[in-house]
Each structure stands twice: as structure tokens, then as C-alpha cells.
Design a protein. Structure first.
Length: 254
């Protein structure tokens, strides 16, 4: 029995460095996305006493802060560093997102991705050009997401923001489902649930079954893109687009 355990532990471990905002509270959800031979090394940006507005998003999107934080996760030699923040990576448009990636690479990351960059990659992989969007944000922040997507040729056909200025991690599955039920999804190729602080892991499959279109979420695409950049492919990476498919639609509640 003990020999079997040693034999099962001889494979190489793949590391993913994660830079997250100071209020990130969904570490457990990130771990649910990854296979057993992958580990996460997580650090957070410094605390800022501001509500979740464009001003805070811009502060979180400062490439210098993300660059410094990247250095903190490089000691265990991750294969890739992901900046797990949606608003901080779209607030300054495509050029701002590119500056974040450049900063992480300059800090020494072997490869780098942001949540918003991962969203664009996921839309390309799924052939999505018309996207419905649910966000926890106030309208001015949601508008920045719409503009970012437009820069990448992705049209936002409908959007709904929950208007939250803080405590986003307290958003419930029921609130996300209710928001999706309010939206006009006519013509949408997919639905995106924004913000890495919105829990979504168990909702994706049931919502897809209910809505009839792909549902993609911030933590999902972040881990999917990071795994691919880390060289983890096949079933371990593809499962991110099949998560929750074993759950019946009735299990998501209302």
C-alpha cells in the first residue's frame, strides 16, 4: 500500500502562479478547476480602501503592481502566471491588458495570461462573436468590459450588472441564475459571467442546459488558459468547458 502511494507520487508537478486582487475570496473554486498534478501558488495585491468602481479597477490594473506581485510567486517555479482579475485586466482596454502581460513576463514569468485575455481566447476557441454578459459591477465598470470586448471584435448583445460596490464574493448562485433569467439572450453565441470573485463552478453545466448556449465564467477561462500555457492539454484542460455537466438543471435552483 505504501509502495503504491510512493509510485503514484513520482510524476512531475506543474505549478501555476496566481496574482489576485486583495479581496479575492474564491481560492477553493480555483482549485476545483485543476487536475491533481497541478498546484497553485497564490499571492494578492495590497489592500485598497475603495469601492468597486472604475477607479479601483484602474488601480488593480496597474502593471507595476502586478509585476511586483508576479515576483512573489516565481520562487516555486510555476510554468505560467495568471492575473486572476477581470475588471483590472479590461479597464484600460486591450492595450492595458497587453501591458499587464508584458509586466508579468518582464518580472520573469515563463508565460502569462490575464482573465480578460483568457476570455478573448475562450471566445475565439468557441467561435463566439456575440456575447451576453452578467457582471457584479456598477454600469461604468460594465461599460469598460463592453468596450474591451468590442476591441477584440466581440459584440455585447445584452448585459446586466448587479451594481455591487463591495462584497462581491458574497454573490450567490441564486443571484446569478436570477440575472440570467432576466436577460434577453436572442442571438447570443454564449453567456459570460464576469469577475473572479463571483462563484460559478457548479452553475455552468446546469445553466447551459437551461439556456441552450455555452456559459463561460471568469475563473473557468482563467484556469483553462493557464493550463494550456502550462502545457496541460487533453482531458484535463478540455474539462473546463464541460464542468458541471453531470448536474441536473433543477439543481441550480432559482
Amino acid at each position: 500500500m505504501i509502495n503504491n502511494l510512493f509510485q503514484a507520487d513520482t510524476g512531475d508537478q506543474t505549478g501555476i502562479g496566481v496574482v489576485a486582487p486583495f479581496d479575492f475570496a474564491l481560492d477553493r473554486e480555483l482549485w476545483r478547476w485543476i487536475p491533481h498534478h497541478v498546484t497553485l501558488h497564490t499571492t494578492r495585491l495590497p489592500y485598497l480602501p475603495d469601492p468597486v468602481t472604475v477607479r479601483l479597477a484602474a488601480a488593480l490594473g496597474n502593471p507595476h503592481g502586478v509585476r511586483r506581485a508576479t515576483r512573489d510567486v516565481l520562487v516555486p517555479e510555476p510554468s505560467v502566471v495568471a492575473y486572476a482579475c477581470t475588471s483590472g485586466s479590461f479597464v484600460d482596454g486591450s492595450s492595458g491588458e497587453a501591458a499587464l502581460v508584458a509586466g508579468m513576463l518582464d518580472a520573469g514569468a515563463p508565460a502569462a495570461v490575464t482573465t480578460s485575455g483568457a476570455l478573448v481566447r475562450a471566445c475565439d476557441a468557441l467561435g463566439v462573436r456575440r456575447l451576453a454578459v452578467i457582471t457584479p459591477y456598477v454600469d461604468e465598470v460594465t461599460d469598460r468590459l463592453v468596450r474591451f470586448l468590442a476591441e477584440h471584435g466581440i459584440r455585447t448583445c445584452s448585459s446586466l450588472g448587479l451594481g455591487l460596490l463591495g462584497g462581491i464574493w458574497k454573490t450567490t448562485y441564486a443571484q446569478v441564475v436570477a440575472a440570467a433569467a432576466e436577460m434577453d439572450l436572442t442571438g447570443a453565441d454564449a453567456l459570460f459571467v464576469s469577475c473572479t470573485n463571483v462563484p460559478t463552478y457548479d452553475l455552468i453545466g446546469p445553466l447551459e442546459a437551461r439556456l441552450g448556449i455555452p456559459v463561460i465564467t471568469a475563473n473557468q477561462v482563467t484556469m483553462w488558459a493557464a493550463l494550456r500555457l502550462a502545457g496541460v492539454t487533453g482531458a484535463a484542460a478540455q474539462r473546463l468547458f464541460d464542468a458541471g455537466e453531470d448536474l441536473a438543471p433543477t439543481e441550480i435552483g432559482a
